[in-house]
Design a binder for this molecule. Structure first.
Ligand SMILES: [Cu+2]
Length: 248
């Protein structure tokens, strides 16, 4: 005896949505990874590809969980990147990439949750997935327009004479040791990576988010001493994204 499948109101299931989101994430990450030779983006694309392949194994639950976790991770880091890039006078592509990844990944994460719990509310599954898909497209369009407008009207932050300059490239600080005189000092940080980073010094309560392609400037007061600065994006510090600021 076969059990009738619940009707999919809009012809799309959570599983469909999950697969669309995963493929879209994979394409954007792979294209960007190849274009700017960003190892992290390529690694992410490879992980998503593994998740997509796992969707075909047995019930596909391993793939659902893998894509869900990766999507959540990407959404958590791309949403603030997109938000901060929208207020930074940058290139359009610097807004488009994190924004599309944020929106795609958020819908991927929702689709993973929907896929896991679809048996609880089977009759609403198709409609809910369709609503999320439509909302994803709507949010993307609205955010793109709003971001483009605020990007035009905001001012870029640039380094000033006397600033300590720090460059972020390939998930590393190009300057691993910084030195300064005690008192008030300013650090100008520029991010040349595809991913956003932070310039964080816990001991001085400094934590600056640096969007893709952006410059940020922070002024701080530091008594003499040695301070570790690092990027607080998970895994980046362990990957070597840290250094020492010596204040004399
Ligand atoms: Cu980082």
């Amino acid at each position: 005896m076969t059990v009738a499948q619940p009707k999919q109101a809009a012809g799309i299931t959570w599983r469909h949505l999950l697969r669309y989101a995963a493929i879209a994430d994979l394409l954007v990450m792979a294209i960007v990874g190849i274009a700017v030779r960003d190892k992290e983006a390529l690694a992410f694309a490879a992980a998503i590809l593994v998740g997509i392949l796992f969707l075909r194994i047995r019930s596909g639950i391993a793939g659902v969980i893998m894509i869900g976790v990766l999507s959540l991770d990407a959404a958590v880091f791309m949403l603030p990147a997109a938000a901060s890039n929208s207020t930074h006078r940058g290139r359009f592509v610097d807004l488009l990439i994190p924004l599309s990844l944020a929106v795609i990944s958020a819908s991927g994460a929702l689709a993973a949750v929907g896929s896991v719990f679809r048996h609880r509310l089977p009759e609403t599954s198709g409609r809910a997935a369709a609503v999320v898909l439509q909302a994803t497209i709507a949010v993307f369009i609205v955010a793109l327009i709003a971001g483009t407008i605020s990007q035009r009207t905001s001012k870029a932050e640039v380094a000033r004479a006397g600033d300590i300059t720090v460059e972020m490239r390939n998930t590393a600080f190009q300057q691993k040791t910084l030195s300064a005189q005690g008192g008030s000092l300013s650090v100008a940080v520029s991010n040349h990576d595809l991913f956003w980073h932070t310039f964080t010094i816990d001991a001085l309560h400094v934590n600056v988010d640096v969007p893709i392609g952006a410059n940020r400037r922070v002024t701080l007061n530091a008594p003499p001493g040695r301070y570790e600065f690092y990027c607080r994006v998970p895994g980046h510090r362990a990957a070597g994204m840290h250094g020492i600021l010596t204040v004399s």
